[in-house]
Write a protein that binds this ligand. Structure first.
Ligand code: FPP
Length: 246
């Protein structure tokens, strides 16, 4: 486990996470892959609390990708059951903790029961303001861009960078400042393709079930040390971007 780190001086407003490594965490312990996903829920709970404690405003996680349907049927069914379990068991605590839930993704592929559960959790937590938690489920970056374009065409609107951004599934929160990927792989895997144009990337070898507050602090510290230039040169960038600690 990483040692506790000093609080960074420049904080990302929006953090996105590819929660990778559940399967390997389970294999290392001779457990079924689903045991890793279940432990992943504990890690997600810790990430939510660490985000609140550190003052992050938006946390966006990749829970089930458009491509995950091609996993073994038992694993897909297990992940669907896990989502229902999370909806039944976690929403009370998240609501009390001031967390507003969103589930960006394609609902067309999901069962009626799951779709109703997602809508109910979103409605129930809609008044909360402490942290926005986007749990991307049946989400793909290419789906998001194509879906946004389809919506604009259906509405007879011009396709511009602005209108397309507004039509994407994450338009309610804006682009992530920091993307963390656990599990040691260094790729985006069809996550937030449109939204990560200028996002800072942080790759950690930590397997997702082991993720904790000190891993989050490590990523936030790395972010604080970056210079975000958005296409400008260093001399033009006067102020670090993002909210400051008092
Ligand atoms: C990727 O690890 C992880 C997933 C596909 C599932 C992520 C789900 C959770 C963290 C649990 C939270 C779930 C819900 C429904 C809120 P992997 O299985 O690809 O790991 P590997 O690369 O080690 O095989």
């Amino acid at each position: 486990m990483t040692q506790a780190l000093q609080v960074p001086t420049c904080l990302p407003r929006h953090v996105a996470i590819v929660m990778d490594g559940n399967g390997r965490w389970a294999s290392q312990r001779h457990l079924p892959r689903l045991a890793g996903h279940k432990k992943g829920v504990d890690a997600l709970r810790r990430a939510v609390q660490a985000s609140i404690d550190q003052g992050v405003s938006v946390l966006t996680v990749f829970a089930f990708s458009s491509e995950n349907w091609s996993r073994p049927a038992a694993e897909v069914a297990g992940l669907m059951d896990l989502l229902s379990l999370v909806l039944n068991r976690e929403v009370d605590a998240l609501d009390s903790n001031g967390v507003r839930l969103h589930f960006p993704g394609d609902r067309a592929g999901l069962s009626e029961r799951v779709v109703q559960g997602l809508a109910a959790a979103e409605a129930r937590t809609a008044h909360n303001q402490r942290l926005v938690l986007n749990v991307c489920f049946n989400y793909g970056g290419r789906w998001d861009i194509a879906n946004a374009a389809r919506r604009l065409v259906a509405e007879g609107r011009e396709i511009t960078e602005q209108s397309l951004s507004e039509a994407t599934a994450l338009s309610h929160v804006g682009d992530p400042d920091l993307l963390i990927r656990t599990g040691g792989e260094m790729r985006i895997s069809n996550f937030l393709l449109w939204q990560t144009a200028y996002t800072e990337l942080f790759f950690s070898p930590c397997l997702w079930p082991d993720f904790d507050a000190s891993e989050m602090a490590c990523a936030l510290k790395a972010y604080a040390e970056r210079e975000r230039r958005f296409g400008q040169i260093g001399e033009q960038v006067q102020q670090p971007v993002g909210p400051q600690y008092a």
